[in-house]
Every structure is written in C-alpha cells, then in structure tokens.
Design a protein around this ligand. Structure first.
Ligand SMILES: NC(=O)c1ccc[n+]([C@@H]2O[C@H](COP(=O)([O-])OP(=O)(O)OC[C@H]3O[C@@H](n4cnc5c(N)ncnc54)[C@H](OP(=O)(O)O)[C@@H]3O)[C@@H](O)[C@H]2O)c1
Length: 266
C-alpha cells in the first residue's frame, strides 16, 4: 500500500456508514482524503478522531451531490488546493422504499432525490474528477447487490433501478476512458449486500434495532476492506466488478416480508 502514500482521494458521502469507514481506512494508509457530504461537521469529527498511527488525513468539504452547482464548487476547490485526484469513491447514496406508483408529493420528491443523488451525482462527480486524474486514477462506484437483482416488489422500488444504472455507468465510463486515451484510469463497480448503516432509517425503517437482527448484515468496515483490496492490486489490474455479501444473505420474498411491520412506507 506504500504506493498510495500522500495521494489524494475524494469520497462522496463520507459523513457516515460505508463512506466514513473508507475515509478512515484510506487516511490510515497515508492518503489525503477529501470527504464530501452535506453534514461536513460529521466528517470534521471523523478527522479529529484519527489516531497518531494514521499517516494520512481527512479534510471535510460541504457538498450536496444532488446539486450540480455544489459539485462544481467542490471540485473547483479541490483543483485549486490539490491540483490532482488519484482516487474517487462515488459513495453518496439515498435509500428509497415504498411503491413508486404512490401518487403522493412525498414520493414524487423522494424519487427525484434518489435519482439526483444515486445517479446524476455520481455521473457529474466523475465528469469533474476525470480531468484532474493522471494515469493512475481509480474510480470506485458504490453500487449494490440491487444493481444485479430486483428485490420483492413494493419494498425497495426505484433504488434498484439507480443501482443498475450505476453498474451500467461504471462500464460506460471504463470504455469511454479507453476510447479517449485515458485507458490507465481504472473503474470498479462495487456491489455490497446489506450493510448495517443509517441508510435504512433514512429510507423509512423505523425500528432499525429489530431490523438489523432479522438478516445477516455486513459492517461498513467489511466494505472498506474490499476497497482496500481493490487498492492493493497492481496498476495494470482492473477489478471491474466486486460483489460482497454477508454470509447467508437471502433476499427472497419470505425474508423481505419480515420487514413489513418495521416500515413507515406503503
Ligand atoms: N447499507 C446497505 O445495505 C448498502 C448496500 C449496498 C450499497 N449501499 C450503498 O452504499 C452507499 C453508502 O450508503 P450507506 O449504507 O453507508 O448509508 P449512510 O450511512 O446513510 O450514508 C449515506 C451517505 O451518503 C451521503 N449523502 C446522501 N445524500 C447526499 C447528498 N445529497 N449529497 C452528499 N452526500 C449525500 C450522506 O451524507 P450527508 O447526509 O451528510 O450528506 C452519507 O454520508 C450508498 O451509495 C448506498 O446505496 C448500501
């Protein structure tokens, strides 16, 4: 991991869950991590808690990836202060449960927000980052197992569509980078199964304590370890897809039905 010392990583959604775990681990191996999030104060707190054994650092910058202006401002600041980026982890994500055919205004805005964060935000962050990357650039898109399979209907709608789109974009960016002569920039689509994070509360699960006991869950640190593995590979190896699930994960109808009493969505 010596090769990553003093390199620059940008992580979107670094304020909690997977993004926070990745920010800490990348700082530990010597990277300067720019952690983007709306709750930048949480990223600052993360930074202040890094131990003395940590050779890198975390720098917080407030950014709402659902806003193109906010993304542009963040990457302008990065360019002015660091001039280049070696790793981009597109991690910011919005969960959405409930029927997409629900006609309420609440669902209408939730749909837009989920597309803006999970898809448009990832596309625009990548478009801003690539011109700042050199030959050794690495882009990791945090997709999902729901980018490979659609769970039981009416439970987690639209979210899988955004993650299928993330998977497609990962391959589209990989190919386009080759076509424009940036073939050394690597692109990975990382697809975790269920991970114990705040995303379920944000998506409408009221009793997350009970929820987390229903199925096996990964810890954010497990996903971060998968990212460290991607970083450990030689520059001429591109892991294009990496799926990581908790042992025994089964997202069939019987299991999905168990969550029906724990939710406040339709
Ligand atoms: N947990 C799972 O089971 C699971 C499984 C597969 C994939 N994933 C994916 O993993 C990624 C991280 O999610 P998580 O599970 O770690 O959930 P989390 O703890 O809720 O973290 C979500 C992160 O996204 C950020 N975010 C949300 N909206 C944003 C916006 N408009 N602008 C900037 N940042 C925004 C949040 O930061 P702020 O609120 O501070 O802005 C937060 O740091 C997501 O892409 C998610 O889809 C999660």
């Amino acid at each position: 991991m010596e090769k990553w010392q003093n390199k620059i990583a940008v992580i979107t959604g670094a304020s909690s869950g997977i993004g926070a775990a990745v920010a800490k681990d990348l700082a530990k191996i010597g990277l300067t991590v720019i952690g983007l999030a709306r709750r930048s104060e949480k990223v600052e707190k993360l930074s202040s808690k890094l131990g003395n054994d940590c050779s890198g650092k975390i720098i917080a910058f407030k950014c709402d990836v659902s806003s193109l202006d906010s993304i542009k401002a963040a990457f302008k600041w990065i360019q002015e202060n660091f001039s280049c980026i070696h790793i981009l982890v597109n991690n910011a994500g919005n969960g959405l449960m409930g029927s997409i055919l629900d006609a309420s205004d609440q669902m209408t805005s939730a749909i837009q927000k989920t597309i803006d964060v999970n898809f448009s935000g990832l596309v625009h962050c990548t478009r801003e980052a690539v011109p700042l990357m050199n030959d050794f650039g690495l882009i990791i898109n945090v997709g999902s197992i729901f980018g490979h399979e659609v769970p039981c209907p009416n439970q987690s709608n639209l979210y899988p569509a955004t993650k299928f789109a993330v998977k497609a974009m990962s391959e589209i960016f990989r190919q386009e980078l080759i076509v424009i002569g940036n073939e050394k920039i690597r692109v990975t689509n990382l697809s975790p199964g269920c991970v114990q994070t705040e995303i379920f509360k944000q998506a409408g699960i009221v009793d997350t304590e009970t929820f987390f006991k229903l199925f096996p869950f990964l810890k954010p640190e497990d996903v971060s370890a998968a990212i460290l593995y991607i970083l450990s590979t030689p520059y001429d190896v591109n892991i294009t897809e990496l799926t990581i699930r908790p042992v025994g994960e089964y997202l069939g109808n019987k299991n999905i039905e168990k969550i029906s009493n724990l939710r406040d969505f339709n």
